[in-house]
Write a protein that binds this ligand. Structure first.
Ligand code: SAH
Length: 463
């Protein structure tokens, strides 16, 4: 039996769902953060259980053939990336396996019944994000600082550039913005928010950049109704080229939720514009917008392919955000009804329809599990009976009541877009028992260097 502080040599033979390396010594499993499948390494046990232990990587004796040099100097400490030391090809294999295994283990599908396609990866799997959220606090020397949270903690890891971060023409936009915010805070004596006391002002800074229009949005999340000397900050930020929208979001609650409910716009129209294909979208600070602009087009194209749209097709797009999927489909079908819980996102969705001259869409506000059954029972008929239901829920997946309603609505096809293949597999298994056949699964890598993977699934009504 092994104990804490024991040092062992182990060969890593598998990769866990959170990216940790897994190896066995005499049948005893070791979970080793930062180890890559194929590494031969020396590890130290940090926490020993009966059948397994968590261990720390001390030395790589023989590096894996899949090991690569990380681009980012804080790749190991920062909680953002888990797979930067693994070749991109191997990352894609890891993600495809993750989706496959969730269908097998959680969905209970026979391996031969999982129609999984090749994962859609990126050509250049760095600097792909269009959004960054930096926590602001104090570093270990007590100075005002920004960075990212270390894995599973709220201590700030400072960074002078993120390998996934936002670039315009090869230039790191975030660094210039964050240096401006931090120097403003120091000059004006504005305190960062302190989680333990609940005192101070600045909590987070949200930055969004459109890769198609280069427009930049900055939203400072504060613990107060006003940010002192905000006009001075606005003056400084305005001098950054392409600065389009500056706002303050008020979040006085304790806990992990980054954005509060209220936003005050200080400069610009309160949104930036971005394109997916030839459709223009207005994006507000509070609205969800996929973070990987290059891959989102590929994801939606796959969803559109699965929807098999025709001129008389009626689509429901549940969890529709600012209407990105709805509007991408509307031009090729009769009508789309989108449903979304965030009020501001629904307003954006309607506005987005207008600015693109798309008239065959309708957006309903509220929780899908409440709005859809109600609206459908009151209005069922030719005009809203779905041929296709698209769902794109948050990680927790679809509400059970919504799944039941979807089956009652009796669409020919269900297109399920998901950022969590575990809840996806659970929901797909339920739909399978309730009349729908799993036709295709396509994983899409929206988040290179991390363990996250998006999937799009086609199910069709059993005859
Ligand atoms: N399809 C969109 C958004 C997907 S993200 C896109 O691709 O951009 C999931 C969305 O579901 C978010 O906009 C979130 O606000 C919304 N949401 C979360 N819970 C919901 C619920 N119960 N009912 C309706 N929408 C919900």
């Amino acid at each position: 039996m092994y104990q804490k502080n024991d040092e062992l040599e182990v060969t890593i033979t598998d990769q866990g769902i959170d990216g940790e390396g897994i190896g066995k010594v005499n049948g005893y499993a070791l979970f080793v953060k930062d180890a890559v499948i194929g590494d031969e390494c020396k590890v130290k046990i940090m926490k020993a259980k009966k059948n397994f232990a968590f261990a720390k990587l001390i030395e790589i004796i023989t590096p894996s053939e899949f090991r690569v040099q990380e681009k980012c100097s804080v790749a190991k400490q920062c909680g953002g990336c888990q797979l930067q030391s693994m070749s991109y090809e191997k990352q894609l294999e890891f993600k495809a396996n993750k989706v496959f295994n969730n269908f097998k283990r959680i969905g209970g599908f026979d391996t031969c019944q999982i129609p999984i396609n090749e994962i859609i990866g990126m050509e250049e799997p760095y600097y792909y994000r269009n959004k960054a959220q930096f926590p602001v606090g104090r570093n270990k020397d007590g100075e005002v600082a920004y960075g990212f949270y270390a894995g599973r903690t709220h201590s700030i890891i400072e960074t002078d550039g993120c390998a996934l971060g936002i670039q315009i023409d090869g230039k790191d936009v975030c660094k210039e913005i964050m240096d401006t915010v931090i120097s403003f805070m120091k000059e004006e004596g504005i305190e960062p928010y302190d989680e333990t006391t609940g005192e101070g002002y600045v909590r987070h800074v949200l930055i969004r950049v459109s890769k198609s229009t280069n427009q930049i949005m900055v939203c400072v999340v504060t613990n107060s109704n006003e940010l002192p000397q905000a006009d001075k900050l606005v003056e400084k930020l305005k001098s950054i080229s392409n600065m389009t929208s500056i706002s303050i979001n008020i979040n006085k609650t304790q806990g992990n939720v980054i954005m509060g409910k209220r936003t005050n716009h200080l400069f610009g129209p309160g949104y930036i514009e971005d394109f997916i294909g030839d459709i223009k979208f207005r994006i507000s600070p509070e609205s969800f917008f996929q973070v990987n602009s290059d891959q989102v087009k590929k994801l939606y194209d796959k969803a559109i392919e699965y929807a098999k749209l025709e001129t008389d097709t009626i689509v429901w797009d549940l969890y529709c955000g600012i209407g990105t999927i709805s509007l991408s489909m509307a031009k090729n079908c009769k009508k789309v009804i989108g449903v979304e819980i965030v009020e501001r996102a629904v307003e954006d969705a309607k506005e987005n329809a207008t600015i693109n001259n798309i008239e065959n869409v309708e957006f309903l506000e509220g929780a899908a599990e409440e709005v859809v059954p109600k609206y459908f029972s009151e209005n069922d008929g030719e005009e809203c009976h779905p041929d296709v239901i698209v769902v794109d829920p948050p990680r927790k997946g679809c509400d059970q009541k919504l799944l039941q309603t979807m089956v009652q609505m009796n669409p020919n096809r269900i297109v399920y877009v998901s950022c969590d293949s575990a809840t996806l597999a659970r929901d797909v298994a339920w739909l399978k028992v309730n009349g729908y056949k799993l036709k295709e699964v396509t994983p899409v890598d929206m988040f290179p260097q991390t363990v996250h993977v998006e999937s799009v699934v086609l199910m069709s009504k059993k005859q």
